[in-house]
Design a protein around this ligand. Structure first.
Ligand SMILES: C[S@@+](CC[C@H](N)C(=O)[O-])C[C@H]1O[C@@H](n2cnc3c(N)ncnc32)[C@H](O)[C@@H]1O
Length: 215
């Protein structure tokens, strides 16, 4: 495991005890709305990358199969509590690294990446792993803060980045870089408010575009 992932694991093990009352409370509406955009069917299999304490479990339907993966045992302990409280039979979680997924190619109908892309050491590899395990035409839904396109705000975000890194994420990830380096094809994107720190990006897993980039 990379040094950064080892540190992240410790940071989120510590945050797990107050995560639901702090960050999860701030972003729950974004998670809820993004999940409704998946329109999960009975036969669908959903992968939740970096599922954390399972803030998303409050919004997934009881149909379909949900698979969650996370580095942090502490975050997963909270997630498993919710699974028991909600009598979830359609959710399974495992501890592992989203940058090296233990799943076969073309396994999932939806991949959900909520507030994880700016936490991992290599956001481009995270997207490439999502593209690999998602079926052709599947949806990859990313909820995250991206660097502002306003140069002044972007500079402030860059300046704040060392502080944010101590809390376990970076503030200077630009959506344009992700698009260029992964070939991901955005179906649509939205913010819940006109001024909103978080954006939801819905990607159609266009494998041929990705294959062309690799070739
Ligand atoms: C900010 S939390 C987001 C949790 C949840 N997705 C949410 O929106 O509430 C980031 C999560 O990503 C997990 N994480 C970070 N790097 C990871 C990696 N390489 N593989 C798997 N999980 C990772 C952390 O352990 C943490 O639970």
């Amino acid at each position: 495991m990379l040094m950064r992932e080892a540190t992240t694991k410790v940071i989120y093990d510590l945050q797990s005890v107050f995560y639901d009352k702090t960050f999860a409370a701030l972003v729950k509406r974004h998670i809820e709305t993004a999940i409704t955009h998946m329109e999960i069917r009975d036969t669908d299999v959903v992968l939740d990358l970096g599922i954390g304490t399972g803030a998303s479990l409050n919004f997934y339907p009881h149909n379909g199969q949900i698979v969650g993966i996370d580095l942090s045992g502490g975050m997963l302990r909270e997630c498993r509590k919710k699974m028991r409280e909600q009598h979830r039979t359609n959710v399974m979680v495992l501890q592992g690294n989203a940058l090296d997924l233990p799943f076969a190619d073309d396994s999932f109908d939806h991949v959900f990446i909520s507030h994880v892309i700016s936490v991992v050491s290599d956001p481009f590899l995270l997207i490439r792993e999502a593209q690999r395990v998602a079926k052709r035409g599947a949806r990859i839904i990313i909820v995250n803060h991206f660097q502002s396109t306003n140069p002044v705000i972007a500079k402030v975000e860059q300046w704040l980045c060392p502080l944010c890194t101590k809390l376990g994420w970076r503030s200077d990830l630009a959506l344009a870089d992700l698009i260029t380096r992964t070939g991901m094809q955005i179906d649509y994107r939205y913010r819940l408010e006109s001024i909103d720190l978080w954006e939801t990006v819905v990607v159609c897993n266009n494998k041929s575009m990705v294959e062309a980039m690799v070739a």
